[in-house]
Design a protein around this ligand. Structure first.
Ligand code: HEM
Length: 447
């Protein structure tokens, strides 16, 4: 960690009476430590400064980070705005519904949300659409015998996301490259020169948006085609000009991005955990053999409690969205502190997801905490998806695809008499921000 903090920035300062975490670098602030070892940064800040402190997000400025569980209530607070997200990532998320508040947000969300609820997913036959794609991917892994897991789950998620949206899966490797460049904008230094991440990221955003405009034109030309883009275009065209094509393009960009990185990382972690816990693999195989086929409808998911527990525990231990930004619109009480109006806030989902205040033995990967519970899932049990008006729209979709994936993996590998095995270390190279994911080099063998 010491290497990731600036040794020349040691003095303690206060802003609005709240301590600023020392160790920020010029231009990039605490971003190096946030990207490479966020848990340790948060632990150190808590130990030395208490539950409220400022982190320096480089170009995005300082965000007041709160480790008191009261911070979770900010996600539902009427006087807390999401507009800060647009200021922090204008090139990636500008104009998307995740940055809007109040009725503007509701209007944009209403146009899409039904398609992501269990009924919408079932009516559109998403489970049936995904099943052969997932099956083909795990069969390819079985045949190859060993894979670099994250690049492969990203590839799988891109295929699934494209099929969901109704986009033909062409140029997947080019899309991957553009995604990586786009995401770099979240941590890019503000230097707009050729070859720099900022310049490359903006070019990637323009490329992705140009593709989306073409998809929209195609959807309008062939209105009978199915897929989410078609539904979105129809909903937007019915809004009598209230919603422009720019909004549509921005929200397609959001959906392509939101559904890709986060789910790919979660699936990769799921396989890594299965490779590290042979007893969990055995329990999953037993369940897969009992159900006998990959489930396709939401109503079938209840038959797969082990796979569901695996989905929930993987996300609890490895939440893909680690930090959520907000702005206080008026003075707020947060834990023991008064927070002035206008304060930029950071809600560390990663911290709460693995907090002993919310979970017994939080560092242990235990399916039992889900399998043995008798009460229904509460919002705090799925905080990895946020909460309140902006709660993730992809929750039911991710649940479906992760259960489908784990059952398909267990059936395919069991038939071949093999199981997943970890072929490399997992700690080196893992990342926590802007999205959390395992190292690109983690390898899994099937033998
Ligand atoms: C493991 C996978 C995923 C995780 C951990 C995750 C996490 C999150 C979180 C934390 C938020 C709230 C952001 C905020 O409050 O500022 C969010 C919002 C959102 N997510 Fe997800 N997400 C996942 C997958 C997906 C998928 C598959 C889709 C769709 C294809 C999706 C679509 C969205 C959208 C559209 C929003 C914005 C909702 C709004 O602002 O009203 N997500 N997600």
């Amino acid at each position: 960690m010491d290497m990731l903090l600036n040794p020349l920035n040691r003095w303690r300062r206060l802003r609005d009476d709240i301590p600023v975490m020392p160790g920020a670098f010029p231009l990039v602030g605490h971003l190096p430590a946030m990207v490479c070892d966020l848990p340790r940064l948060l632990r150190r800040a808590e130990r030395t400064l208490g539950s409220h402190f400022w982190l320096d997000f480089g170009p995005a400025g300082h965000l007041m980070t709160c480790l008191d569980p009261d911070a979770l209530a900010l996600l539902r607070h009427k006087e807390v705005s999401s507009a800060l997200i647009e200021e922090m990532a204008p090139d990636i998320l500008g104009g998307t519904l995740v940055t809007l508040d109040g009725s503007a947000h509701r209007q944009a969300r209403d146009g899409i949300k039904a398609a992501f609820l269990p009924r919408g997913l079932t009516e559109a036959g998403i489970g049936e659409l995904f099943e052969p794609i997932i099956r083909a991917q795990v069969k390819a892994w079985r045949d190859r015998g060993e894979v670099a897991i994250l690049p492969d789950t990203r590839n799988l998620m891109l295929k699934l996301t494209f099929s969901l949206m109704g986009i033909p899966a062409q140029d997947l490797s080019e899309w991957h490259r553009k995604y990586r460049q786009l995401l770099q904008l979240m941590v890019a230094p503000p230097i707009n020169l050729p070859g720099m991440p900022l310049r490359r990221g903006r070019a990637a955003r323009d490329w992705i948006d140009a593709q989306s405009r073409q998809f929209i034109r195609d959807a309008r030309a062939r209105a009978a085609r199915t897929g989410l883009i078609n539904d979105m275009v129809s909903a937007f065209d019915c809004s009598d000009g209230a919603l422009s094509d720019d909004v549509l393009v921005a929200n397609i960009r959001l959906l392509l991005l939101a559904g890709h990185e986060t789910s790919a990382s979660t699936i990769a972690w799921m396989v890594i955990e299965l490779a590290q816990h042979p007893e969990l693999w055995d329990a999953l195989v037993e369940e897969a053999q009992r159900v006998g086929a990959v489930p396709t409808g939401h109503e079938d998911l209840a038959q797969c409690p082990v796979a569901e527990a695996l989905f929930r525990e993987t996300l609890r231990m490895h939440p893909a969205s680690s930090l959520v930004p907000r702005r206080a619109m008026q003075e707020l009480q947060l834990g023991q502190r008064r927070i002035p109006a206008g304060t930029h806030l950071c809600i560390p989902l990663l911290h709460f997801s693995t907090s002993p205040l919310l979970h017994e033995a939080p560092d242990q990967f235990r399916l039992g905490r889900w399998l043995q519970r008798t009460e229904p899932i509460r919002p705090v049990d799925m905080l990895q998806f946020g909460a309140g008006p902006h709660v993730c729209m992809g929750y039911h979709l991710v649940w479906l695809e992760l259960v489908q994936f784990s059952i398909a993996l267990a059936l395919t590998m069991q038939e071949a008499g093999v199981r997943p095995r970890l072929m490399s270390g997992v700690e080196k190279g893992r990342r926590y921000y802007p999205t959390a994911h395992p190292s690109m080099t983690v390898r899994i063998g099937f033998s």
